[in-house]
Design a protein around this ligand. Sequence first.
Ligand SMILES: [Fe+2]
Length: 202
Amino acid sequence: MNPYLKIHPINFIKGMSMALELTNIGISNHHCRTSIIAKAIAESIHLPQHELETLIYASLLHDIGKLAVSNEIINKPGKLTEEEYTLIKQHPYYSYRILQQIEGFEQISNWVGQHHESFNGEGYPYKLCSDRISLDARILTVDDVFCALTEDRPYRKMLTLEQTFEIIDEMTQNLKIDPNIYKYIRLYPDEVISLLENQRNA
Ligand SMILES: [Fe+2]
């Protein structure tokens, strides 16, 4: 073993996160928040420890493919054009492509590649539906939507919990996300918020 190359996945992830933050301000915070919720959901549905750990790594990297999208589009304060939105929608595919290059990250790359799939088959980039989407990707999707809506974005301020639930409840009714996964966040909002508050104060 090369003594100069003692690398643990989390150290690699921290480095990637910093690189991503240079062009996508706020993304590390988003990744960090999603990792906290991913862990809580994974524990609540009793995922095996190795899968839980891998899911946390996936959550910390899920938007890495945004490196392939120009900063002007990512940080645009106004409404995206159709063409810009098409480019943004490529980012899960690039997350997959980037992480596929890393030996040992095959599972992570598959999950992050599916984090914008929709339970009803209307998501992107592959238009997979229901259990064709891996369980871990379905967790990431619910988690990502919840965290994104409760954060500031260049084009809007963070939503209240009430507004967030109103949107995700409707998504659930339209089967855009897996209702069984959303249940955890919906049933225990105080627990979820306090986990995120603890992270902010850490
Ligand atoms: Fe994303």
